[in-house]
Design a protein around this ligand. Structure first.
Ligand SMILES: N[C@@H](CCC(=O)N[C@@H](CS)C(=O)NCC(=O)O)C(=O)O
Length: 238
């Protein structure tokens, strides 16, 4: 009886997994290889993690707004920016949501056509650990009198579930916070990444909920006896 139940749930898991991969693969098949070709169409980039608070590239316009059908999760191990191979940190990626209207709030950036190739080559390098470029619809919000409010094709970087640094979806927020607490990489301490993203979301979208992000921030701050960047040496603790 148990074996039969296990076989059924295994079949269900495989079916779900293959569906979610198909959706993500379809998106990635639209991925543009702009890095090595000229593109005349307007290029927009969507940030939902460090690209929200660390836009280290030229852009001509930025718009607040969201993408739909995903949820933002700290399910990607970072072995470069916020961790090392021996002590990986955690950064965000996007997971397919069961709710097609689920919103992930972030920031859209319009890249000048003269900068497109250089910016995308820069971001391809920055997001080199497991992230692929995908194209989805971006919904500018709130509406603006000065700018167009129609949904736009936008490029974003997603660390898909089959990349080598994907950390899985089963760790508790306490376990994720414990991994983040003492991790650091070439871009700095891992707690700082969480604090800056949470603060940016509160500033940009006051009142909007993101339970995963804000609960993780709460747990991490309770663990973090340092100066808020994850530097515990400040408090004299070892
Ligand atoms: N692609 C997401 C996540 C980007 C992200 O956080 N990527 C890491 C790469 S592991 C990064 O750029 N980190 C820079 C930093 O931590 O300062 C976004 O649009 O913001």
């Amino acid at each position: 009886m148990i074996a039969a139940k296990f076989a059924v749930s295994l079949r269900k898991f495989k079916l779900l997994n293959s569906i979610s991969k198909k959706i993500l693969v379809n998106m990635s098949s639209n991925a543009l290889s702009i890095c090595d070709s000229k593109n005349e169409e307007e290029t927009w980039i969507f940030g939902y993690g460090s690209l929200v608070w660390k836009a280290d590239f030229p852009f001509e316009e930025q718009r607040t707004g969201f993408v739909k059908g995903f949820c933002r999760r700290f399910y990607q191990n970072s072995i470069d920016h916020r961790g090392t191979h021996d002590k990986p940190g955690r950064v965000v990626t996007l997971i397919q949501s069961k709710d097609p209207d689920a919103k992930v709030w972030g920031m859209g950036y319009r890249i000048g056509s003269a900068d497109t190739q250089r910016v995308l080559c820069h971001l391809d390098h920055r997001e080199k650990n497991g992230y692929d470029r995908h194209r989805v619809l971006f919904y500018p919000y709130p509406p603006s009198d000065a700018q167009t409010n129609d949904p736009k094709n936008i490029l974003l970087y997603v660390a898909t579930v089959d990349n080598p640094s994907f950390a899985g979806q089963s760790d508790s927020l306490e376990a994720i916070a414990g991994q983040i607490l003492s991790a650091a990489g070439e871009s700095g301490k891992n707690p700082e990444y969480v604090y800056k993203l949470a603060e940016a979301m509160r500033q940009l979208y006051p009142g909007e909920e993101d339970e995963h992000l804000f609960e993780l921030e709460r747990i991490l701050r309770a663990m973090d006896t340092g100066d808020g960047t994850g530097d515990r040496s400040v408090s004299g603790s070892n």
